[in-house]
Design a protein around this ligand. Structure first.
Ligand code: MN
Length: 261
């Protein structure tokens, strides 16, 4: 059974925007400095008027109170990333949608970085078309265990209990969850993908023809139904050969994939 379409946020681009960039799944972490460097170069050189980050910018986010906790190496790393984002947000509008790794990035994080939070999904009205933006995890319906965890972890009670724990406990729990998901990935179980009929239902409800999402790391373009398509964003890995770092750029000419210099 296809679940009900969630409420869809509407965002009309200001008339002066010429170029909009969309990225996701950078999974920034201290152990992968090449990805951070690529992201920093990109932020400093993009001609975009607005940047939409569709989730999983960070490999994990365990609470806004960690920002700038100088005793903790991961927190110092996060503070460095926030400083880059904050500098970028002074030159262009930056919007932030949660992924499944950083769904605890809260109002303090958004304010600190000068970014605006977006609910999932959001329809962007820009350059004469409506584009539906999502992280994508909510559409991976075949992963029943994950959908159950997602509902739980998005509840106020679960978040309150999780955030009430000391930072070190939260980091340890996040590591354990990540190890579990890595083990599952390597166990040969098929990885759930975006459900086509559900994605088409979202597009019809949004009166949009294109869904842009991340999460699956399976860069592709899929036809969902006549006139309806979904574009999957690339993840970023600065240490891969060749490095993966790709932006989906929207402008008057349409949507194109761009590899930053
Ligand atoms: Mn994800």
């Amino acid at each position: 059974m296809t679940p009900a379409v969630p409420p869809i946020q509407e965002l009309a681009a200001p008339a002066h925007w010429r170029t909009v960039d969309v990225i996701s799944d950078l999974h920034l972490q201290a152990s992968e400095p090449a990805t951070v460097a690529a992201w920093q170069r990109y932020l400093q050189t993009t001609p975009a008027d607005a940047l939409f980050i569709l989730g999983d910018l960070f490999e994990v986010w365990v609470g806004d109170d960690a920002i700038g906790d100088t005793r903790d190496a991961d927190s110092r790393f996060e503070a460095q990333c926030c400083a880059l984002l904050r500098a970028a947000a002074q030159r262009m509008a930056v919007f932030y949608m949660h992924g499944n790794r950083d769904f605890l990035a809260g109002p303090a994080f958004l304010a600190h970085c000068g970014t605006t939070g977006l609910t999932d999904p959001t329809v962007l009205e820009f350059a004469g078309r409506r584009t539906l933006l999502s992280h994508g995890d909510a559409l991976c319906l075949d992963d029943v265990d994950y959908q159950r965890f997602r509902r739980l972890a998005r509840s106020a009670a679960w978040q309150r209990d999780f955030l009430a724990q000391p930072l070190a406990t939260r980091r340890a729990q996040a590591r354990a969850m990540r190890n579990e998901s890595e083990a599952r990935k390597h166990s040969g179980q098929p990885y759930a993908d975006v459900d086509g009929p559900a994605a088409a239902a979202w597009l019809r409800a949004a009166r949009a023809d294109t869904l842009v999402h991340g999460h699956t790391h399976r860069l592709a373009e899929h036809a969902l139904a006549p006139g309806l398509r979904r574009l999957v964003l690339s993840d970023w890995d600065g240490a891969a050969q060749p490095p993966r770092a790709e932006v989906l750029r929207l402008d008057a000419a349409g949507l194109h994939r761009v590899v930053p210099d």
